[in-house]
Write a protein that binds this ligand. Structure first.
Ligand SMILES: *Cc1c(COP(=O)(O)O)cnc(C)c1O
Length: 409
């Protein structure tokens, strides 16, 4: 790394959002200018062109997850997809039962929707996860009652990257005849996703986590075995098979489709490359910093995720000490206070250690130079902060004292 020169900031927050791929932008641009039609305009060329583009995207997205294009419903974000899945099923199947199963580490778009449904008379079981953040299929089975209408379990966690045993959970849901939804936002484009292999009936995905634009997403809704019905949550015009009305965001959808196509064609190579970089980052930090704790599963984890606790260092202080590196901390800024992440809490990480955690999220545009720059910056900052930490000093001395005692006797 060149000394004295300012390195442009390194983006290590690809779980939050990703840069739009230049190929995606190229695909989108004409749909802002000459091809600006409304995909619902059935009586002229402008409308047909837009509709063709939307259907092409539907194909590209369906292909990425092993679905039929007719099963793809466009939405404004995975937040909306998750809302539509949970509320749409709750409303439609209320006469069958009022019980829904989710995990404790779901994204807020699931947890807050579940909380809302509780106020409407639904009962929610929040299934705990193990120390690695994984949902145990037996616990799902045990939570099922004769009132259960839906199971919603994320494919991969957005903080710690843990990948759930989707096919096993899907098999249980199928056996019991219960609808199965997954928030697959983080898994898409990083691990193979197939709606039939996982036996999911509903699946949420979003463009901006796979190098597409923000504000466009989809919900997969199974049409056969079983045919899932949803109560729409947005009315007007009957777009998207009546499940989600509203003029389609054609350029956004075109970008989403292109992003899905690229993700599918590059998945294996890209994931292998990013995993190597992620492991290089982890090893590079671990070689120079002690008392690290990896949060999440060592193997069943997204290839781009690295969430580590740096004991005796405040995550917020560490983030401020590395202004050139864009990462997230294990603390969530709520209205007034700094709360430890509920995901880290759920896997048994102490409050102190949760506040010492940093999430690195690598991506398509991460380079080896970015990784090495990050290692250097993080190591320097952690060492400096620990030098100022009396606790770290005491811990270090503690270990020394023990050794001294042990040899002295
Ligand atoms: C980002 C994210 C969402 C929300 O998606 P939006 O398209 O930003 O609304 C939902 N679930 C998970 C797991 C996410 O990472």
């Amino acid at each position: 790394m060149s000394q004295g020169k300012t390195h442009s900031p390194v983006y290590m927050d690809n779980h939050a959002t990703t840069a739009v791929d230049p190929l995606v932008i190229d695909a989108m641009l004409p749909y802002f200018t000459t091809m600006f039609g409304n995909a619902a305009s059935r009586n002229h060329q402008f409308g047909w062109t837009a509709e063709d583009a939307v259907e092409n995207s539907r194909n590209q997205i369906a292909k990425l997850i092993g679905a039929d294009p007719k099963e793809i419903i466009f939405t404004s974000g995975a937040t909306e997809s998750n809302n539509l899945a949970l509320r749409g099923v709750a409303d439609m199947y209320a006469s069958k039962g009022n019980h829904i199963i989710v995990s404790t580490v779901e994204h807020k778009a699931i947890l807050d929707t579940a909380k809302y449904l509780e106020t409407k008379g639904f009962e929610i079981t929040y299934v705990p996860v193990d120390e690695f953040g994984m949902v145990k299929p037996e616990l799902i089975r045990a939570a099922i009652t004769d009132k259960t209408i839906l199971i919603s379990i994320m494919a991969a966690n957005n903080e710690i990257g843990t990948i759930n045993p989707m096919a096993e959970i899907g098999a249980i849901a199928k056996e019991k005849g219960i609808l199965f939804h997954t928030d697959a936002v983080q898994a898409i484009g990083r691990i193979p996703v197939d709606v039939n292999q996982w036996k999911v009936d509903l699946l949420s995905l979003t463009a901006h986590k796979i190098y597409g634009p923000k504000g466009v997403a989809a919900l997969y809704v199974r049409r056969k075995n079983p045919r899932v019905r949803l109560s729409p949550q947005i009315f007007g015009g009957g777009h998207e098979r009546g499940m989600r009305s509203g003029t389609l965001n054609v350029p956004g959808i075109v970008g989403f489709g292109k992003a899905a196509e690229i993700a599918g064609s590059n998945l294996e190579l890209e994931s292998a490359r990013i995993r190597r970089l992620r492991d290089r980052l982890h090893a590079g930090i671990a070689a120079q910093v002690d008392e690290l704790k990896l949060n999440g599963h060592s193997e069943k984890r997204l290839p781009n995720n690295l969430n580590i606790s740096f004991a005796y260092v405040e995550g917020e202080a560490l983030m401020m000490a590395i202004p050139d590196i864009a990462v997230s901390s294990g603390s969530a800024c709520t209205s007034a206070s700094l709360e430890p992440s509920y995901v880290l809490k759920a896997i048994g990480v102490s409050e102190d250690l949760a506040h010492s955690s940093i999430r690195f999220g690598l991506g398509r545009f991460t380079t080896e130079a970015d990784v090495d720059f990050t290692i250097q910056k993080v190591v320097t900052a952690v060492k400096k902060l620990r030098e100022m930490s009396p606790l770290y000093e005491m811990a270090q001395e503690g270990i020394d004292l023990k050794t001294v005692k042990w040899t002295a006797h």
